[in-house]
Every structure is written in structure tokens, then in C-alpha cells.
Design a protein around this ligand. Structure first.
Ligand SMILES: [Zn+2]
Length: 151
């Protein structure tokens, strides 16, 4: 499942990427342009505009809340999706591209020394070359996921 997010729910795009989903952010404020882009790219449109959600049930989700954790919970409920950690950090948070495994030795100069010494697995974005590893964010995101599932 792929997502297209309108401006007002832009923060949610980053979270969907953290969870491994293809989530594109549409900066245009024009609602019909967003709807057309979502249909063309076969994406679920996520918006704060609940009227839009009612008009196009199924392909458009209108969220009623502002807070990102509540939005994730509501989105999961409306789509029957259960967020889990299995795809966590498989996508670049900046470019939305799938990450690729990379040889540890090849990124030595590009990560902090402490990280290089303590981590074994690294992944890289094919577009922007950012390097990802299981750092401190991992624990934080896992805790947020637990909170979402409890609520
Ligand atoms: Zn990237």
C-alpha cells in the first residue's frame, strides 16, 4: 500500500516512511490535484479534509485528529492495517526510496566512529547516499508503536 499525503498531514509522511511505507507528500493545496495524483499513482490519499474522505471512501482517508500518533492509529483503523516493526527503517526518510544493504567497510568514513565500532549492519539510500543503522531512534520508534497499538 502506497500513500499520498496532503500538506496538513505532512508530518505523518515521515512516520509512514519510518514504518517502511512508500509515502509521498503533496505540497499543492488544490484538493482535486491531490485526488488526481493519488489515482494516477495508485496511492491512498490521506488528508485532514474529512468531507473529501467521505466523498471518495476507500481510496481517501480523512483524518479527524492533529496529533501524529492519533493519526497513525486512526489511519490503521480505517484501512485495517496493523503497524508493526517488520519493515521499520527500510526506506529513506528524506527521499522515500527503498534502502539497500551496504558493506560495512565502504561506509567507514561516513558514520561516527562509535557507530562503526558498535553496529554491524548498515543500509544506504540509493538516491541521497544517507547511511542508516539501528541506532537510538529504533528504540524510540518501537515504543511509539507500542503506544499506538495499546490505544
Ligand atoms: Zn535518501
Amino acid at each position: 500500500m502506497k500513500f499520498l499525503l496532503t500538506r496538513e498531514v505532512g508530518r505523518l509522511a515521515r512516520w509512514l516512511r519510518i514504518l517502511g511505507y512508500d509515502a509521498r507528500y503533496e505540497s499543492s493545496a488544490n484538493a482535486s490535484a491531490c485526488v488526481l495524483a493519488a489515482i494516477k499513482e495508485d496511492r491512498v490519499l490521506v488528508t485532514r479534509d474529512r468531507r473529501l474522505g467521505r466523498r471518495h471512501a476507500g481510496t481517501i482517508v480523512g483524518l479527524g485528529c492533529d496529533e501524529v500518533k492519533a493519526q497513525l492509529r486512526e489511519l490503521g483503523r480505517q484501512l485495517g492495517l496493523r503497524w508493526d516493526a517488520s519493515r521499520m527503517f527500510t526506506r529513506c526518510l528524506v527521499c522515500n526510496r527503498s534502502l539497500e544493504a551496504v558493506e560495512k567497510d565502504s561506509i567507514k568514513e561516513r558514520v561516527p566512529e562509535f557507530v562503526f565500532k558498535t553496529q554491524e549492519q548498515f543500509q544506504q539510500c540509493p538516491a541521497c547516499r544517507r547511511v542508516y543503522w539501528r541506532g537510538t531512534h529504533w528504540g524510540h520508534v518501537t515504543r511509539v508503536l507500542e503506544e499506538i497499538q495499546k490505544g
